[in-house]
Structures are given as structure tokens and as C-alpha cells.
Write a new protein. Structure first.
Length: 715
């Protein structure tokens, strides 16, 4: 199928061939008919991409500070690579889609194949959208009209926050798509409306919808006009739907309002507020969150957990339905907002229009051709077939997962090993195509099961979300494939047992596959040096590992016990393995102390100390802390023994204290061992050698990690 993607590097918008999507539990699979280009959000993204480095930095000063902090902790080259990789990722454009249901995922109720649907899906021939971000289109509403549903919901949510009542006076500042829809919805609510926009044509359209307007082109003062419009009382409220860096819209709104008036920001403007403007009138100011309650709530949007209507009357989905009902009744007329129509295959011209502003525009519709969509789940990427791909190779890789870490770190590491890169699979298809083309894969697919049974592939790299690791590892082992699994190996002891069983079953075959977990830190050159030095000392060692992990919101998927396992299982496993490697002997005891969960700290277990004891009398503590400052080193490893100390900071510098003949090492760039880890796995397969980390050690570290994670959560 085809989809519109944009590069943040240069702002170029292209139509890409990507694998067709499969039906997913909790989602609708929709064949597109129309989609609306957002003249605000998408124009901003295009302009951002087409700007240079300085322009990008000016638009995101908060990101600049993050970059500078990363330079201090991780080094310049590592930071530059991370920024370039982030900008290199393709961005799926669009969020106003209309189409027909092609398939209904498990757990979705109230929708049927053939239903016409308005959704927040992107510009693509097929979209997969969670059920709470879809609404059935009434028969009286055309596809073109329904494409304005999401834009309408944005305006409607701002109105709901302003809480207008019959007969009140409202100002709408900014008469773009959202602003003109807002004007109509306020009029339908029985309000008198004053519209403000520097474009006379947009002002004229607002007047056609029943608003009065300010003639800015003739020098009229908005505040004076608003005073007359409100009969000298001041307007009851202002909805700001403009997009500008200026602070004037908010200041102007405050001066227009009566005492205790309401101001709601729907667009994007400067926010340097004057206290005096708000203090004297006791004004309320609120920023509207997109489509309504449920926005950015993963439980609502992705997991389909609706809010009870008795407690949350208007959610995102119910706002979609309300907008469609207004269209069906004729109270909301979006047909006059349509200024351009482009066939989907000419979509780049639409974005050139956005960027150039060569002619006036408002509603830009993309029209999808009727007929069958290319439903191929696998696409050939057109990469040249090199020698390692054409000839039989001891390692022919398939990669499952193409997220940020996989694309930025893992896939480049495996591309350097000389293994033949065959197929890359992910559920969305976009990143698979991007990273597949970039690194020389032959195919990209959304059909993960087909990769598992592909006889050409003898080794699988698993880089998906944590809750799928154990299942994919077991499936790949039973398929007779060597497996590299990005940590963790499993989230529960039951999952770990299933992996062990699959490994034992595979080991009974003539050729037992290798299993490797991506515990890369033990492969760092500085860690290897520490290991060599410590191995020469016969007495027990004491270790202190301090991880300044940084805070991750409680609602992030890694904090979800069922999906990410929490940060002990999901991340601290690295350091349990690292200490196990440096000690060189088995773990015989462990304990955990973590911050108690409560109102002040809903997570708790990402601020924990893990104590380990080893068979030779060595012991150590891992302080995994998400409560530190980002300027402090992110990872510090210290080893004490025989009157000597080794200290490793951020895998860039190793210091030695009291070590005869060795004072330390320093690398030009951070090296956490990812490349060496990937190479060790590929080399072991190619040479027919044992796995770089023995299976029992993987089980030991995984079991201790899971038990520690459960205890840290109070389980």
C-alpha cells in the first residue's frame, strides 16, 4: 500500500510503498476514501523539516537543552549520531481520515465491515485505528464533509472548556479551518460571535457563517470593536485558534473580556502573560487538549478503555460523533471550507502549496482512487543484492521490530557484522521500510509469522516491546532459528519457563540454535579491560553500580508491568548481568530496597537498590535511581578489591586507583558494546561456536531480575 511520509531532515514529503497492515486486536482496519490536510499542524511540520539546523533549534529550544546535556554525559559524537538518527526517521503525516471498514479486530464492538468511518488515521491507502478514535459517519454526511470531523472536534473541545451559554458573546481569534468551524459551532450554541483574522477573505467567510468581524485591513482596533460588540460589558469569552509566536492574541483577549471572562487557547501562540490583565478581572485561562478527554491517555486511546458517559460525557470519540451529528443536521457546513482537491498520488503538490503559500488555501482534501488496495504484507526494497546476500551465508538475519533503539543502534550494529540482511518486520511497516532501505535489507514485512517460517532466514533479532519477547523467542527457537533478543528475555517466571522449555526442545535437534540476550555492556572495551584486571585478583570483590536513570512518566509503556515489566526488569537487568560478568561467578543471594509507592511517587520501583552476593564471597549494590539530575554521570561502575579501585564513567572513561602499571583508559566516544555484542552473536554462529553468554547464565540473570522486579513493586 502507499502512504505519505515526511523527512524531518529536509521537509520532503513523499508517497512511499509500505507493507499493508494486518488486522489488530482492538483496532479497525480501514480502506481510505478521503483525508484532510491540516493547514496548521502539517504546515508547521513541513516548515520545520525544510528549515536548517539553526531554524530547527530556534523552534525547539527545550530540545536544544536536552542535546547539550547529552553532550556533557555521553559525548559529542554519540549525541550528534542520536540527533541525526532522530531527524532521519520518517514521519507519517495526517490525522483526518475517512474510509470504509475492511476488517474488525478482536474486542471491537459496535462496528462492522463496510461501515463508513471518520478517524484520526494518517494519509495512507489503509489505516489501522483504535476503536475509540473512530466514529461511524451518518448517511446524510458525505465523505468530503466527514474528513473535517477531527478538525471539528478540536474546535468543539475548546468550546466545551469555554462553556458558553445561550446569548453570550464570544470572540474567535484566528479564522483558519479550526476557527471557522468554531464560529459555526458557537453560532449553533446560540452565541453571538466576533471573528478576528488579518485575511479579509477568511473574515468574509466568517460573516457568511453568521459572525461579525473586525476589519483589520482597514485599521479597526479589535479591543474597541469587541467593546461595542458586547455593549460595553466586555465579551464573555475568547477562543484563540490562531498560530503565531506573538503574545498579542492572549493580551488582546484579556483586554476584550468582561470580569471573570474565559479564555481558551486552542491554537499555538506566545504565552508571556501580563498578570495585571488577568488579576484585575479574575479571568480564567485554559489550554485545550486536542480532541477532548482521552487524548494522550494510552489506556483510552490504545487499549480501548472508555470513560463512563455518566462521569465523562464528552470524550474524543463522542466529540467526533457530535461533530458528525452537527454536519448531518446542517448546523455545521464545511463544504465552503474546501479550497483544493488533489488525487492521492499528487499529494506532494499539496505540501508544496502548504510550504510556499503560492495561493490562498483552507481545506485541502486528498482523494484516494477507488478499487483494490495493494494488500501485499511484504514489499521488496530494491536494495542491490551484494555478495553477502547473493551467496549462501552462515548467518542470514531477520529482524523483528524497528523502533527507536532498533533503528538507531541494533540494526546498524548488525549491518556491520557482514551477516546477510534478509527481512525486517514491524507492525506498522513504515520504520521497517525506512531502516530496511537504509541498511540493505531485501524485504520489509508486517507479516511477522511469515518471517518466522522463512527457510532462508536462520537467525532472528527480536527488538519489539518487552511483553512479546518470550513468545517470539520461543517461536523462533521452535522454528530452529538462532535468536538474539534485546533485553529482557521474559517478564515473568512463567514466560521464562516457556523459553527454557523451547530451548530444551530445540536443543534436542541435530543442530541446536544459539540464544543470546542483548546484554551489551559486558562487551564494551572498557568493561572488558575491567574484567581482565579483576580476573587477575583472587580475592572477593565489592561492586557499586550507580545508574542515574532519569525519570520516565508513570503512564509510559515501560512502566506498565504487563507491557514493559517496569524499569527493574526492563532496564536494571543490564546491570545485574554486568555485575555477574565482572564477578565471574554465580549469584547466590539478592535483596531489593525501593521507594514505597504512594501519592507522592506512583512508581517507586524505579528508585531502588539491588544487593547481590556471589558464590566466591563477592558482593555489590546496584543503585538504580530515576530521581537524580541529568548533569550527573548516567552510569558509573566501581570495583574495590586488594587495596585497589576501578571506576568506569558512562563507558567513556576508566580510572584506576592503586593499580600497578595501569592508570586508566579514555575513549573518544561512548562505547556501550552494542557493536561488539552483535558481532559476537554473528561470529559464534558463523564459526559454529558456543553462544557468547551461556544459556544457564542468561536464565540466572533473568530469574534474579524478575524476582527483584516483583519484590521492588511490593509483590
Amino acid at each position: 500500500m502507499k502512504q505519505i511520509l515526511q523527512s524531518l531532515q529536509n521537509g520532503q514529503s513523499d508517497i512511499a510503498d509500505v507493507p499493508a497492515l494486518g488486522v489488530v486486536a482492538g483496532k479497525l482496519l480501514i480502506v481510505s476514501r478521503r483525508s484532510l490536510v491540516s493547514a496548521g499542524t502539517e504546515r508547521m511540520l513541513v516548515n520545520f523539516g525544510r528549515g536548517g539546523w539553526i531554524a530547527k533549534a530556534r523552534q525547539q529550544p527545550d530540545k536544544v537543552l536536552q542535546v547539550l546535556d547529552k553532550v556533557r554525559t555521553d559525548g559529542l559524537m554519540t549525541t550528534v549520531e542520536a540527533v541525526q538518527s532522530k531527524l532521519d526517521e520518517p514521519l507519517a503525516l495526517g490525522y483526518c481520515n475517512v474510509g470504509v471498514v475492511d476488517a474488525v479486530g478482536v474486542g471491537v464492538e459496535g462496528f462492522s465491515v463496510g461501515d463508513r468511518i471518520a478517524s484520526s488515521g494518517p494519509h495512507a491507502e489503509m489505516v489501522s485505528v483504535p476503536r475509540n478514535l473512530c466514529a461511524r459517519i451518518p448517511e446524510a454526511v458525505s465523505d468530503e464533509e466527514a474528513a473535517f470531523t477531527v478538525i471539528g472536534a478540536i474546535g468543539l473541545q475548546g468550546i466545551r472548556l469555554a462553556n458558553p451559554t445561550l446569548g453570550e458573546t464570544f470572540v474567535v481569534t484566528g479564522l483558519g479551518l479550526v476557527g471557522l468551524v468554531t464560529v459555526q459551532l458557537l453560532r449553533a450554541a446560540g452565541c453571538r460571535v466576533l471573528g478576528i483574522d488579518p485575511d479579509p477573505a477568511k473574515a468574509e467567510m466568517a460573516r457568511a457563517f453568521g459572525a461579525e468581524t473586525v476589519a483589520l485591513d482597514k485599521g479597526e482596533d479589535p479591543v474597541s470593536v469587541a467593546a461595542a460588540f458586547s455593549r460595553g460589558r466586555g465579551v464573555d469569552g475568547v477562543l484563540i485558534t490562531a498560530s503565531t509566536k506573538s503574545n498579542e492574541p492572549v493580551s488582546q483577549a484579556a483586554r476584550m473580556c468582561r470580569k471573570r471572562g474565559r479564555i481558551v487557547l486552542v491554537g499555538v501562540v506566545g504565552l508571556e502573560l501580563s498578570r495585571a490583565d488577568f488579576f484585575e478581572k479574575e479571568l480564567t485561562f485554559q489550554v485545550s487538549c486536542s480532541y477532548g478527554p482521552g487524548r494522550y491517555d494510552e489506556a483510552y486511546e490504545q487499549k480501548g478503555q472508555d470513560y463512563p458517559a455518566g462521569f465523562v460525557r464528552w470524550t474524543e470519540q463522542r466529540n467526533f460523533e457530535a461533530v458528525l451529528d452537527m454536519m448531518a443536521s446542517g448546523a455545521l457546513d464545511v463544504k465552503p471550507l474546501i479550497t483544493h482537491r488533489f488525487p492521492f498520488e499528487q499529494a506532494p503538490k499539496a505540501y508544496d502549496l502548504l510550504a510556499s503559500g503560492s495561493e490562498p488555501y483552507l481545506g485541502i482534501l486528498l482523494e484516494y482512487p477507488p478499487g483494490d488496495v495493494n494488500r501485499a504484507r511484504t514489499v521488496h526494497l530494491g536494495n542491490a543484492v551484494d555478495a553477502r546476500t547473493a551467496e549462501p551465508q552462515p548467518v542470514r538475519l531477520g529482524v523483528i521490530g524497528a523502533g527507536n533503539y532498533a533503528g538507531r543502534v541494533l540494526i546498524p550494529a548488525f549491518a556491520r557484522t557482514g551477516a546477510a540482511l534478509d527481512t525486517i518486520a514491524n507492525s506498522g511497516g513504515i520504520n521497517g521500510v525506512h531502516y530496511g532501505r537504509k541498511h540493505g535489507f531485501q524485504k520489509a514485512t508486517t507479516a511477522i509469522d511469515e518471517l518466522m517460517v522463512d527457510a532462508n532466514i536462520n537467525a532472528v533479532v527480536i527488538a519489539t516491546r518487552h511483553d512479546s519477547h518470550a513468545r517470539f523467542v520461543s517461536d523462533a527457537l521452535r522454528a530452529g532459528k538462532h535468536v538474539f533478543c534485546e533485553k529482557p528475555l521474559a517478564l515473568t517466571l512463567d514466560e521464562l519457563q516457556s523459553v527454557e522449555q523451547a530451548y530444551q526442545e530445540a536443543g534436542a535437534a541435530d543442530t541446536a540454535p544459539l540464544l543470546m540476550v542483548g546484554f551489551n555492556r559486558r562487551f564494551s572495551p572498557l568493561t572488558q579491560k575491567m574484567k581482565t584486571l579483576l580476573a587477575a585478583v583472587g580475592e572477593p570483590k565489592s561492586f557499586v553500580i550507580t545508574v542515574n536513570a532519569g525519570a520516565i512518566p508513570a503512564e509510559h509503556w515501560t512502566q506498565d508491568v504487563a507491557v514493559g515489566g517496569g524499569r527493574i526488569i526492563g532496564e536494571a537487568c543490564h546491570f545485574i548481568d554486568l555485575m555477574r560478568f565482572l564477578a565471574g561467578t554465580s549469584i547466590v543471594g539478592w535483596g531489593v530496597q525501593s521507594v514505597a509507592r504512594g501519592e507522592r511517587d506512583p512508581v517507586g520501583d524505579d528508585k531502588a537498590t539491588i544487593h547481590l552476593t556471589f558464590a566466591d564471597g563477592s558482593f555489590g549494590s546496584i543503585h538504580y535511581l530515576a530521581s537524580g539530575h541529568r548533569s550527573f554521570p548516567k552510569e558509573r561502575i566501581e570495583a574495590f578489591c586488594a587495596g585497589r579501585v576501578l571506576q568506569l564513567d558512562n563507558f567513556r572513561r576508566l580510572r584506576a586507583y592503586g593499580w600497578p602499571g595501569f592508570k586508566g583508559m579514555r575513549l573518544w566516544r561512548q562505547d556501550k558494546g552494542q557493536r561488539a555484542c552483535a558481532a559476537a552473536f554473528v561470529d559464534a554462529i558463523g564459526r559454529g561456536e558456543a553462544a557468547p553468554i551461556v544459556f544457564n547464565e542468561l536464565l540466572e540473570v533473568s530469574r534474579v531480575t524478575i524476582e527483584a522486579g516483583v519484590q521492588a513493586r511490593g509483590g
